[in-house]
Ligand binder design. Structure first.
Ligand SMILES: NC(=O)C1=CN([C@@H]2O[C@H](COP(=O)(O)OP(=O)(O)OC[C@H]3O[C@@H](n4cnc5c(N)ncnc54)[C@H](O)[C@@H]3O)[C@@H](O)[C@H]2O)C=CC1
Ligand SMILES: O=C(O)C(=O)CO
Length: 375
């Protein structure tokens, strides 16, 4: 039996009941819902990760839509409860939706939203920051300096090769930052060709050549192993699914350069973290920058002791503008479904929804199962 749970209520007389399992940054998302006849209930339970039982209690007997978090397990139990409560929409406040069983949502006729685009550059910036922090050993250097041990410096990235696995929105933005910022060559692996990224590197290479500088180059790898063997800095940006679970395993770690830098700002289980700890111990010059972990919020034993690891707590999208934008997109996903609006044509271009001084377009910014629901 689910226990009662603490909530904050906005616009109590609103016609549609929308639940948010967490309070989210900013107030625009609240205004958008309450101005559109929604009664908004925000869970105020001071617990980082809500259980399925907690969320069942929040859904209750009548609920039109829920905005949830990537830490929650959205499967058959929750989607069928939402359907029984008369609900039709759920939105993750995240672009990644590996915590959502979309087939279960389809079976229950629930639209599933996510928040692409608004976090692309912010997440890529953190991956770039981790790359530099690991390459230039900034955390260690800071400790070194504070301890009064200052001596010297390390080599630079220019002319080295950056490897990207998963060259979608964030992977491509990260690649551009590293290529343009540090004149690195690119090797990438993705299931699809990253045509815009290739065109960018070609044009930038031509620009450098015209200025008498060494041009940068790109290569689309036939296998992931090619990227792991060749690149000096490798950043992981695929979705998490069964094809990418433990994509970095002991065999693949073994083929990487002994002094390579590995960055992960995608999802923790893309790396076998136990194997990574062993690899870091055996290869002190190998470095990692991690924003995500297999068992968040925890790290696997031994990782916290590794000087060759830079670790941050899943903050890649954590700028004020981005997180407020994510909250807005999540709210507009569920509001759009409640209002019967169509799905926005291009989830990669969500800027019109983020303009604070304009009314957002009458559409759902990003629904991942629109086709399956025959929408
Ligand atoms: N650390 C953080 O705070 C954040 C993490 N993320 C993670 O980053 C992921 C990527 O986000 P976007 O770039 O917006 O998504 P996207 O859909 O634009 O890019 C994902 C890319 O992965 C590729 N891919 C899928 N399976 C693959 C495989 N087996 N091997 C190689 N590539 C594969 C896809 O073809 C696609 O190009 C999200 O799904 C999420 O898990 C996203 C935002 C913030
Ligand atoms: O959006 C996501 O997928 C995140 O991990 C948090 O921004």
């Amino acid at each position: 039996m689910a226990k009662p749970i603490s909530i904050e209520v906005w616009n109590p007389s609103g016609k549609y009941r929308v639940v948010s399992t967490k309070s989210m940054p900013g107030t625009r998302w609240i205004r958008l819902l309450t101005d559109n006849d929604c009664r908004l209930e925000i869970c105020t339970k001071a617990k980082t990760i809500l259980s399925v039982d907690d969320i069942l209690a929040l859904i209750g007997d009548r609920c039109d839509a829920v905005i949830g978090q990537l830490t929650e397990d959205w499967g058959e139990v929750l989607f069928s409860a939402l359907k029984r409560a008369g609900g039709t929409a759920f939105s993750n406040m995240a672009v990644g939706y590996n915590n959502v069983d979309v087939e279960a949502a389809n079976r229950n006729g629930i639209a599933v939203g996510n928040t692409p685009g608004v976090l692309t550059e912010t997440t890529a910036e953190l991956a770039a920051s981790l790359s530099l922090a690991a390459a230039r050993r900034i955390v260690e250097a800071d400790q070194f300096m504070r301890a009064g041990l200052y001596e010297g410096w390390l080599p630079h990235l220019s002319g080295q090769t950056v490897g990207v696995i998963g060259a979608g929105r964030i992977g491509s933005a990260y690649a551009r930052m590293m290529i343009e910022g540090f004149k690195m060559n690119l090797i990438y692996y993705d299931l699809y060709q990253a045509t815009r990224l290739e065109k960018f590197v070609t044009a930038y290479g031509q620009f450098l050549k015209a200025n008498g500088e060494q041009p940068v180059t790109w290569k689309r790898a036939a296998t992931m192993e090619d990227v792991l063997r060749e690149a000096d800095v490798i950043s992981l940006h695929p979705v998490l699914d069964k094809t990418t679970y433990h994509l970095i395993n002991p065999e693949r770690l073994a083929i990487m350069k002994k002094d390579a830098i590995l960055v992960n700002a995608s999802r923790g289980p893309v790396i076998d973290e136990v194997a990574l700890v062993e690899h870091l111990k055996a290869n002190p010059m190998f470095r990692v920058g991690l924003d995500v972990f297999e068992d968040e919020p925890y790290m696997k034993p031994g990782l916290a002791d590794m000087k060759n690891a830079v670790v941050v707590p899943h903050i890649a999208s954590a700028s004020k503008w981005t997180r407020e934008g994510m909250a807005t997109l999540a709210a507009l996903n569920v509001l759009g479904k409640i209002k019967g609006y169509p799905v926005w044509g291009n989830p990669n271009q969500v800027e019109p929804f983020l303009n604070e001084s304009a009314t957002p377009p009458p559409a759902c910014p990003s629904i991942v199962n629109a086709k399956q629901l025959g929408w």
